[in-house]
Design a protein around this ligand. Structure first.
Ligand SMILES: *[C@@H]1O[C@H](CO)[C@@H](O)[C@H](O)[C@H]1NC(C)=O
Ligand SMILES: *[C@@H]1O[C@H](CO)[C@@H](O)[C@H](O)[C@H]1NC(C)=O
Ligand SMILES: *[C@@H]1O[C@H](CO)[C@@H](O)[C@H](O)[C@H]1NC(C)=O
Length: 797
């Protein structure tokens, strides 16, 4: 019973003393009083003197006093009257709290003799306090999953009053879900519990507010209230649900990466993490799928380029999951729209890069075209340039062959660039080009062609051997070995002409060489054929005529035919003493094997024993007397005659002529008077002279024949050639010269004169007469005549 007071050290001390006193006063009886709390001060509790059976005066004399346990004096004793008065208002709750009964102990102490009286004052409770909740509000979180019947403890209200004045009952404001039951503890205190009557649904009513009232048992009862907030705690009781169960979208295949395809959306009625949905791909392709879904927003975007040709449709299932594992699904059907994004493709399956010319029809290439787009985007047309001799032939499906239209000619065009264009019909039109280069290979279809159909070459006679005399040239429009030309000399049909000893040709470049020195006097000109052959298979060849003209050089001196030179004795002419001036003594005859001005001869008198008596006509070699002979003139004269050609430098020949002056024309020649000879010796000399003359005549005849033959032949040869030119240089033919070109021709009349002259002399040359007539030409004009083809055959009369 002291426990409530044993709070401070002083109190402990007091308790200790009381204990001693109690031990000492064992057996003494306590006096009990009772009074309700909250009684006004000054309240007369009792009269102690009366209660103790003492006199009032005795209280004073014996020094009666009240000893309170504790410091506070609650009671006051009036020593005069012995009344015990309440000093102040007492609050039971303050003094005793929950201790029941609430008893205040104090002693009445008397001295002389010392006497203790134990007095107890019991305070009785009155309902002076209302129940009070510790907080004005209470928060209660109840998961919506809580089952009906579930009990939730509530904080109890405090009421310092005790007994029936304490809280007796709890009530809750009317509602659909809860009621309160009031329980009693062992000590009698009451506590409330909330009982769920009907299940909660956060989605329907996320929170409730109840008023909890605690009522005590006082009279009148007092009450206290508190607000109970009930928060319905969400539990994941709702699955996410998509707004649409099927999304159908179309997207062009050329959409850029990251393009929004569709945004799916799912709702979850739960809140918080239970209402947060995460979107993901449930099914339909996995990593290879070109779409990516945003986990939070549900936006499906393009991740990889689309290709209508590869996959025109996509079907996906999207799942939305909340944190609690509930999920919902929807389907997304994506249709890829074709865009003309593929150019046609061209695949060459076979290609001939080189086709022979002349081939009637050749396949150049086989190719196929393809376009993975669909519809018009995949329909193709195929073409090549239309100015080429090639054709495109469709074979089957998308295969084409490129063929030549006809034979080609490499020489006109050796290479073709064929551009194949394939375009589709989409919008925009896409096209592909492929260029094929075709080489036209050579066929030997062109013969070599000479730059000229005939060539004329000139060579000065007496050339050095192996002289380059000219070059012939042929071209071949083929290529390679078909155009590689080899030159050659073709065999001549003239058996006289040993061509291979005269001319050689460089087979590679067509250079012509004279192998040896040519002699104009032997061979004035000749023709031969050269050939040019290519190395094709078969080889083609062509030929050209080469006319080679030998140009004359003054390499022959004039040759004196008459007077004869190599007789044992000098040639002698007879001259009658009575000869008139201008008497023709003789005529000098000479030939020159050269031609042209190299054969133009002039005669002159170089030396005479009697100058002025004889003169020589320069242009015809006639030796005539210039004056009458007188008796004083010597009978014997010696003339040195010169014949000179017109070459550069000129060449000449001289001859010595003896003239014997005789008296009387018709008399035969007699031995010189001053020469004494015996007849035998004279006969022998005559015979020798005849022999010499005969021999000379034969020789001359032979020489003339040879010259005649050469002359005729040359004229014929020149006539046969188409060339109009001749070796004689153009120019004025000087009148004082005689042209004896080539054969050294003599006119018939001139021969006649020679013969006559011979007759006039010894008559030993009469045999010449019949041999000459057919020497040259029937022509006997007085003037110089010119043959159209052989200008060097002049005839003088
Ligand atoms: C508590 O109060 C309720 C309602 O006012 C009443 O029905 C119930 O009987 C009371 N309980 C007690 C123990 O007084
Ligand atoms: C073909 O094309 C090639 C390469 O572009 C070029 O060198 C050649 O000259 C062209 N040929 C023709 C005939 O156009
Ligand atoms: C005279 O000369 C010619 C030419 O030189 C010669 O052919 C001939 O045999 C000669 N005659 C005599 C008799 O010597």
């Amino acid at each position: 019973m002291e426990a409530a007071l044993a709070k401070t050290p002083e109190k402990r001390q007091v308790v200790f003393i009381v204990m001693l006193l109690l031990l000492w006063e064992a057996g003494s009886e306590a006096i009990r009083y009772s009074m309700p709390e909250e009684t006004k001060s000054g309240y007369l509790l009792t009269n102690l003197a009366k209660d103790l059976g003492l006199r009032v005066a005795e209280l004073t004399t014996r020094g009666a006093r009240i000893h309170h346990r504790g410091n506070k004096e609650l009671l006051q004793m009036d020593a005069e009257t012995g009344n015990l008065l309440l000093k102040e208002k007492l609050d039971r709750e303050e003094l005793c709290g929950a201790t029941e009964p609430c008893v205040l102990h104090f002693q009445l102490i008397l001295e002389n003799p010392v006497q203790f009286f134990q007095t107890d004052l019991q305070l009785t409770d009155i309902n002076d306090h209302s129940p009070e909740f510790p907080h004005r509000e209470m928060l209660l979180k109840i998961p919506e999953s809580a089952q009906p019947g579930t009990v939730f403890p509530l904080k109890e209200a405090q009421d310092p009053d005790i007994g029936s004045n304490a809280v007796q009952n709890y009530t809750v404001s009317p509602n659909l879900h809860f009621h309160v039951i009031t329980h009693s503890r062992a000590d009698g205190r009451k506590y409330p519990e909330l009982v769920l009557d009907r299940a909660l649904d956060r989605e329907e009513q996320p929170e409730l507010t109840l008023t909890l009232t605690a009522v005590d048992g006082g009279s009148p009862p007092r009450s206290g209230t508190t607000t109970v907030h009930i928060e319905v705690v969400d539990i994941n009781d709702n699955a996410p649900q998509f707004v649409q169960s099927l999304y159908e979208v179309q997207i062009p295949e050329n959409s850029p990466l990251g393009a929004l395809v569709v945004a799916v959306s799912a709702r979850d009625l739960d809140v918080g993490p239970h209402g947060n949905v995460a979107y993901s791909l449930f099914q339909g392709g996995g990593a290879s799928l070109p779409f990516v879904i945003d986990e939070v927003t549900g936006e499906i975007r393009l991740k990889m380029p689309l290709d209508f040709e590869a996959t025109p449709y996509y079907n996906m299932e999207i799942v939305a999951t909340d944190s609690g594992g509930f999920s919902g699904k929807c389907s997304v059907a994506i249709q890829v729209l074709d865009v003309n994004d593929n150019a046609p493709k061209l695949t060459i399956s076979s290609l001939t890069s080189s086709i022979p010319e002349n081939a009637p029809e050749a396949v150049v290439a086989v190719f196929s075209v393809s376009d993975p787009d669909s519809g018009d985007n995949g329909r193709m047309v195929c073409s090549i340039q239309n100015d080429l001799p090639f054709l495109l032939k469709p074979t089957f499906e998308n295969y084409y062959t490129l063929v030549t239209e006809g034979p080609l000619d490499r020489e006109s065009r050796a290479e073709y660039n064929i551009t194949i264009t394939v375009s589709d019909m989409g919008t925009p039109r896409l096209s592909t080009q492929h260029t094929i280069t075709v080489q036209v290979s050579d066929v030997n279809d062109n013969a070599p062609a000479f730059t000229q159909s005939s060539y004329t070459l000139f060579v000065h006679e007496n050339n050095s051997p192996a002289l380059h005399i000219g070059t012939i040239r042929a071209t071949d429009s083929d290529s390679g070995s078909n155009a590689h030309i080899t030159y050659s000399l073709l065999p001549t049909h003239d058996p006289q002409l040993d061509l291979s000893s005269l001319i050689s040709i460089n087979a590679d470049n067509g250079q012509l060489f004279a192998l040896r020195a040519l002699d104009y006097e032997t061979l004035k000109s000749f023709n031969f054929l050269v050939g040019a052959t290519d190395q094709g298979s078969p080889a083609l060849s062509s030929q050209a005529l080469v006319h080679l003209q030998v140009l004359d050089a003054n390499d022959n001196a004039p040759f004196v035919l008459y007077p004869l030179q190599n007789a044992s004795a000098p040639f002698t002419e007879l001259l009658p003493r009575a000869a008139e001036p201008g008497y023709l003594v003789t005529k000098m005859v000479a030939v020159d094997r050269d031609s042209g001005q190299n054969a133009w001869l002039s005669f002159q008198l170089l030396k005479a024993t009697e100058p002025g008596l004889f003169s020589v006509w320069a242009h015809n070699g006639e030796v005539r007397t210039s004056r009458l002979l007188s008796e004083r003139d010597a009978p014997k004269h010696r003339l040195l005659l010169l014949v000179k050609d017109n070459g550069d430098p000129p060449r000449s020949a001289s001859v010595t002529l003896h003239v014997l002056v005789v008296d009387g024309f018709s008399q035969p020649y007699l031995p010189l008077p001053e020469v004494e000879r015996d007849p035998a010796q004279e006969n022998e000399d005559r015979l020798t002279l005849y022999l010499v003359i005969a021999l000379a005549s034969v020789s001359s005849l032979f020489l003339l024949s040879v010259l005649l033959f050469v002359g005729v032949r040359m004229c014929r040869g020149v006539r046969g050639a188409s060339l109009g030119s001749c070796s004689v240089p153009e120019g004025h033919f000087p009148g004082h010269l005689v042209d004896v070109s080539g054969a050294g021709t003599l006119s018939q009349s001139y021969q006649y004169e020679v013969c006559l002259t011979g007759d006039s002399g010894t008559g030993e040359f009469s045999f010449l007469k019949p041999m000459i007539p057919n020497l040259l030409l029937q022509d006997a004009g007085r003037e110089v005549k010119e043959s159209p083809h052989c200008r060097n055959s002049f005839v003088f009369n």
